[in-house]
Design a protein around this ligand. Sequence first.
Ligand code: SF4
Length: 407
Amino acid sequence: MKTFDVPVYYRSPLISAIKKKRKTDDKLKKDFSPTLLDFGPLRIYLARHFGFCYGVENAIDIAFKTVEENRGKRIFLLSEMIHNPQVNKDLTSNGVQFLQDNSGKQLIPFEDLTKEDIVLIPAFGTTLAIEQKIRDLGIQLEKYDTTCPFVEKVWNRSEVIAKNNYTIIIHGKPKHEETRATFSHAAANAPSVVLTDMAEAKELAKYILGEKPATQFYEEFKGQYTEGFDVTKHLERIGVVNQTTMLASDTQAISEYLKEVMMQKFNLQEDTIKERFADTRDTLCYATNDNQSAVTGMLDVAADLAIVVGGYNSSNTSHLVELCEEKLPTYFINSEEKIISQTTIMPYDFHTGTEMITENYLPAKVPATVLITSGASCPDAVVEGIIKKLAGFYPASKSIDALMEQF
Ligand code: SF4
């Protein structure tokens, strides 16, 4: 896989050494067991895969090079580069300005831009309408487009589905930048609907089966379907794609469920289902799959707690939290500063959208066993900071240097 030029302060010597060793020992990525860092009184299990993915490294590489090569020019980012507060802060402190916030709210009007300006498209991609708006201002995008190739793959997949006259069902978060971009690309080719979860898939199924009046659809799925969508016609042939960072089991369950609904409605069998349901495999990216499988492997270890590190608006990170929460107490933090002391932590609860002080998160017994993973937009340096902070609470711990010798 291509390598990228990422600022060294995002890297961690310890984690780079671990990842390199694991990769050498397991080239085909078949071993999803975690890596043990045995400090003595503290045992940390690091997931087999975590941290910066291809798309994030690509975006960071392009963004920092753009800053370096264009000193004195105005550089704008359409919205957050990736969902990581530190990376976005580093870019803004280099003079990069955001045009929109995460929800698409305009912070700087497009009209303020001139053709001398540079606009970076984030890793999630953007909508065709925004792309056109920027091109109309005479701004070149190609060189500064950091859209991840795995997101583009979803757009290509939906184009193929559309060409074969299927309506596109997108499993994703309707407000997420990537889903808005995918929706826009899909909408250019075929009628499309966004579904957030299985509950919405079940409601959509009622329209497919004629169990709900068609008129109700437009209110129920407001803002989630393409203009001119005709619920009486456009649910007769469907195909499912998804946001690249959804939970694999959810995406698979929704796709399987809708396939069965189509079989029931049109009296089809496995060999005839293609008439009504496009044969699509999920469009989750390799990093989402690897990181989720690595969490499943990590959860096989008996542990006291899990720490998941990443930006609070990061979709892929929140799914890692969901997986861990099913098994053990889980703390979602975005930096070592959220570990306030040996007894107090301030994690983020993504269900309620709030940070809460929590006491006694570490067990009183030794050794304490902690599982750690991070999202695809989280620098390894942040994870290393967390490891060091935790190890610092146990005075008899082995040093990081001593541990490094194993890798
Ligand atoms: S999570 Fe996947 S789709 Fe998103 S930027 Fe990373 S590699 Fe690309």
